[in-house]
Design a protein around this ligand. Structure first.
Ligand code: ATP
Ligand code: LTN
Length: 332
């Protein structure tokens, strides 16, 4: 019998989910539940590498779960869980810390960015975060890790750890591959087309739960340029704001850049920007409505995360026992 291939990914519940998370990651997850054995989690343990308000973290973790389900992740077909409910993550994280080099961790872009942003709290967890992420991944022996472009470096580091560990102990971990979408892998901020859409710049960020009128306002204010000759044209270097809007439009409508250029030939941004806004609103509308409905049913959510943690722990424990044995810990 053919075993299904395995997919796994996580998102930190450090803020509300946005269009970048959806197009770069979650949408890809939802499409693959039939083909793969899928694990998706709320990375709450990663979130405390930056100081959080406890009540907000708890609320956002459950909201994120409701939004995962609303985005199409059926809990019957995907294992959905909260990272801190599966203690094997912390346990394997410690082991892998001892197989991750200081130099490797020092090169991580996310560490450099976040330590520049939070100068008053450059803690050990922020630095060793990629070892915990490697543990998140390797516990489930996935074939693919669907993430946006910015997380590729962490998956590459995980691959180095696999090579190092397997080189010493034999084939313990399966080599995972990053899985990065063709459109939507890097959605840029609407007000900052030179940096990725991020919740830390809310004016340029479209949140999944945002009201349609607010979304439309953000698209109307999106940064473009003063080109009046032939404005809607794909030129990422010369016209980054327009390229980003075209990328978003392509991702939500399935149209190619040529088709989009033809659709808006001879028209200005006054027509183009609201059209992109409208297409995004229609994509997000059912997600928002469904998430609100699910979030109201706390008992259902509890059932989902409890069952998810049970299934995840079972699989994670198999890997952890093997690792403990390999490194020389006495079996309990
Ligand atoms: P922040 O807003 O603080 O930068 P974030 O929104 O990137 O955080 P993460 O938990 O880091 O949140 O990302 C979750 C997933 O969404 C990852 O797979 C990441 O690659 C993807 N992702 C995040 N932002 C974007 C984006 N702008 N475009 C495409 N994918 C993205
Ligand atoms: N590092 C990711 C979140 C994350 C993750 C993971 C993604 C934590 N563990 C395991 C994929 C697989 C981030 O900050 N976006």
């Amino acid at each position: 019998m053919d075993e299904k291939k395995v997919m796994l990914s996580g998102i930190q519940p450090s803020g509300d989910l946005h269009l970048g998370n959806y197009l770069g990651a979650i949408r890809n997850w939802a499409a693959r539940a039939e083909e793969y054995d899928c694990y998706y989690f709320m990375a709450d343990m990663h979130t405390i590498t930056v100081r959080q308000n406890p009540a907000d973290l708890r609320r956002r973790t459950l909201e994120q779960l409701a939004q995962y389900i609303a985005c199409g992740l059926d809990p019957e077909k995907n294992t959905l869980f909260i990272q801190s409910h599966v203690p094997q993550h912390a346990e394997l994280g410690w082991v892998l810390n001892c197989y991750t080099m200081f130099g490797e961790l020092s090169r991580m872009t996310q560490f450099k960015d976040k330590s520049a942003k939070h100068k008053d709290n450059i803690n050990g967890g922020l630095f060793t975060y990629p070892s915990l992420m490697a543990a998140d991944i390797l516990l489930y022996q996935p074939d693919f890790v669907p993430v946006g472009e910015d997380q590729k470096q962490h998956v590459e580091l995980t691959r180095n750890i696999v090579q190092r560990f397997n080189g010493i102990y034999g084939e313990v971990f399966k080599m995972p591959e990053p899985f990065i979408p063709k459109t939507g892998a890097r959605v840029m901020g609407l007000t900052t087309p030179d940096s990725k859409m991020s919740k830390s710049i809310p004016e340029g960020c479209v949140f999944l739960m945002e009201k349609p009128e607010d979304i439309q306002r953000k698209f109307k204010r999106a940064v473009t340029d003063s080109d009046t000759e032939n404005p809607v044209r794909y030129d990422p270097a010369g016209k980054p704001g327009v390229a980003n809007l075209m990328n978003i439009y392509a991702a939500v409508t399935g149209r190619s850049f040529d088709e989009i250029e033809a659709e808006f030939a001879g028209q200005g941004y006054g027509k183009f920007k609201p059209a992109v806004g409208e297409a995004v609103i229609e994509t997000l509308r059912p997600i928002r409505e469904e998430a609100a409905r699910i979030l109201a049913d706390k008992a259902y959510l509890e059932g989902v995360y409890k069952a998810g943690a049970e299934k995840a722990s079972y699989v994670a424990n198999r890997t952890l026992r093997k690792v403990y044995k390999k490194v020389g810990f006495v079996a309990r």
